[in-house]
Design a protein around this ligand. Structure first.
Ligand SMILES: [Zn+2]
Length: 81
């Protein structure tokens, strides 16, 4: 009888951890999908997946479109002077 309880506990533990693992994987996925970055040019948040990444002076910038990259590059000399 004690042995059966032990088996039952093991099954419960296994079920608990399996469920937890699934939940963790799901929340990790959601984070990846909803990760947002800031577009310095048009001052709006965009999805990192869809953003254009650009490194400048050791800083990483993200833009929503090529047009924003060009506009931002035009602004930079003004920002630095
Ligand atoms: Zn933009």
């Amino acid at each position: 009888m004690k042995f059966l309880i032990f088996i039952g506990l093991l099954v419960l533990l296994y079920w608990y951890f399996a469920k937890r693992k699934k939940k963790l994987a799901k929340s990790k996925n959601r984070e990846l999908i909803e990760e947002m970055v800031f577009d310095e040019n048009c001052q709006s948040y965009i999805r990192k997946k869809e953003a254009i990444k650009m490194e400048l002076n050791g800083k990483t910038y993200y833009f929503c479109s090529k047009k924003c990259v060009e506009e931002f590059l035009e602004k930079i000399p003004k920002l630095q002077s």
